[in-house]
Design a protein around this ligand. Structure first.
Ligand SMILES: Nc1nc2c(c(=O)[nH]1)N[C@H]1C(S)=C(S)[C@@H](COP(=O)(O)O)O[C@H]1N2
Ligand SMILES: [Mo]
Length: 443
């Protein structure tokens, strides 16, 4: 995947806001925007108003990019309860989609109760999930010897493996694109990195015989299409053979040593870490080995696809100009402290989080307290295994009282860093890997 388009287009929007906020609003929203909303904040705010809104002076105000919405106002995490999930923000309840506030992702290994939920359809009724009767069928035109396995068969016939694997929805960060893209308005919380235990997808596929012409696998799950139509699949995606055959690609029955949570695919799911979460099929019932790119629901553009070349925001992109997303881009989160924290002047503040880079590793991690003008290097650990996120930690010191933001920027092993502003616009709002930032009040 080569995807770090220039940010000139988004910068253009900021410039337009700086020059003529009303014209910018009319262009983006087709109308003027209420100044009391977060969006409206962009245009009416003088430095004084901004300081009042964030609750203190802003020592590095002269370095703040024009049109920046302070993180203190841009973020909110209204709690909502979903059974078995604590503190997640529900974005949609039909189907259920819920994301994790960043401070709840501070554990090295993401606990099941805080793992985000992304459902395209209606999950199988909990009472209809019979683990002992569950069958996984393996077939497809490039399968030599189609077979069916119970979960007990899988456990008995194949070696067990445990890996910690990052799963991030391709649409994580979508809410920041302008003009807005349809779909769940994920902010930063459609990512998790629990451990998964199961058998290698490769071992199962090889036991069923992979024909020479095999190029792709596809999955089918037990969930129903949101319309209720039994002839439609909510989603049926897959990966090229090379990804399917990697050591870390699993058919998993356990997460963090326990049953996979119901909303995350119990009793069986595919996990292919580092790629859009949509390739990791939940409530897994069937795998097909294909002699062509899998053509299940949401395999075709524009689903989980981005334009081959950068496009102007709001463009109509013809289907043939899209490419399917594979490895996810470099990204990081600040998981401690929580955004909005008060901090005592003169005391060093510990800051930490995680960084990940799809199929690659993260090579360097930096933080800034002056809106990206200068950066300091953070400590960065090796991943516990390939495709797991990496812990980073550092301490920062503030020169005087006031409002600050801590920005975090990861750089992958090939030298690509996270952009400070939202990357290239795309019709479905995928792959936003802009730097995460938190608000800090120093007094
Ligand atoms: N059967 C099935 N598998 C699925 C989905 C789904 O709706 N149905 N959603 C996919 C998408 S888009 C993502 S991002 C991940 C989310 O995994 P999670 O809900 O366990 O966090 O599951 C993927 N697997
Ligand atoms: Mo997703």
């Amino acid at each position: 995947m080569t995807r770090q388009p220039p940010d000139t287009r988004t910068r253009g929007i900021h410039e337009l806001y700086a020059e003529d906020p009303d014209a910018a609003d009319r262009k983006l929203w087709g109308r003027e925007v209420d100044p009391v909303t977060r969006r409206g904040f962009l245009k009416r705010s003088s430095l004084l108003a901004m300081a009042a809104a964030v609750g203190g002076s802003i020592p590095f105000a002269d370095r703040m990019p024009g049109g920046l919405i302070p993180a203190a106002l841009a973020q909110s995490d209204e709690p909502f309860t979903l059974e078995g999930k604590e503190g997640l923000t529900v974005l949609n309840d039909r189907p259920i989609n819920a994301e994790t506030p960043p401070h709840l992702l501070d554990d090295d290994v993401t606990p099941g109760k805080v793992m985000f939920v992304r459902n395209n359809g209606i999950p199988p009724a909990m009472e209809n999930i019979d683990v002992d009767a569950w069958q996984l069928e393996v077939g497809g035109e490039s399968c030599e010897n189609p077979q069916s396995f119970s979960i007990a068969d899988l456990k008995e016939r194949f070696e067990h493996h445990t890996y910690q694997l990052q799963v991030e929805c391709g649409g994580n960060g979508r809410s920041e694109y302008v003009p807005s893209a349809s779909g769940n308005q994920w902010t930063t919380g459609a990512v998790a990195c629990p451990t998964f235990t199961g058998v290698r997808l490769r071992d199962v596929l090889e036991a069923c015989g992979i024909k020479d012409d095999a190029v792709y696998i596809g999955y089918y799950g037990a969930d129903a299409h949101a319309s209720g139509d039994p002839n439609k699949d909510p989603i049926s995606r897959g990966v090229p053979m090379e990804k399917a055959l990697e050591d870390e690609s699993l058919i998993a029955w356990a997460m963090n040593g326990e049953d996979i949570p119901y909303l995350n695919g119990h009793p069986l799911r595919v996990v292919c870490g580092g790629w859009p979460g949509s390739v990791s099929g939940k409530w897994l019932q069937r795998i097909v080995i294909r002699n062509q790119k899998h053509d299940g629901t949401k395999m075709g553009a524009p689903s989980y696809s981005v334009p081959k070349q950068p496009v102007a925001p709001g463009s109509n992109v013809p289907e043939e100009d899209f490419v399917t997303i594979q490895s996810m881009p470099v990204k990081s989160l600040v998981t401690f402290p929580k955004s909005g924290i008060d901090h005592a002047l003169g005391e060093a503040m510990e800051v930490r989080g995680h960084a990940w880079a799809g199929d690659l590793t993260v090579k360097e991690m930096h933080v800034s307290i002056d809106f990206g003008a200068t950066w300091q290097k953070a400590e960065l650990k090796e991943p516990p295994n390939r495709l797991a996120w990496q812990r980073w930690t550092t301490t920062v010191e503030f020169p005087e009282p006031g409002y600050y933001e801590v920005w975090a920027k990861a750089t992958d092993e090939e030298g690509r860093a996270q952009p400070m502003v939202v990357p290239g616009w795309n019709p479905k709002g995928y792959l936003n890997n802009a730097c995460h930032r938190i608000a800090v009040q120093v007094a």
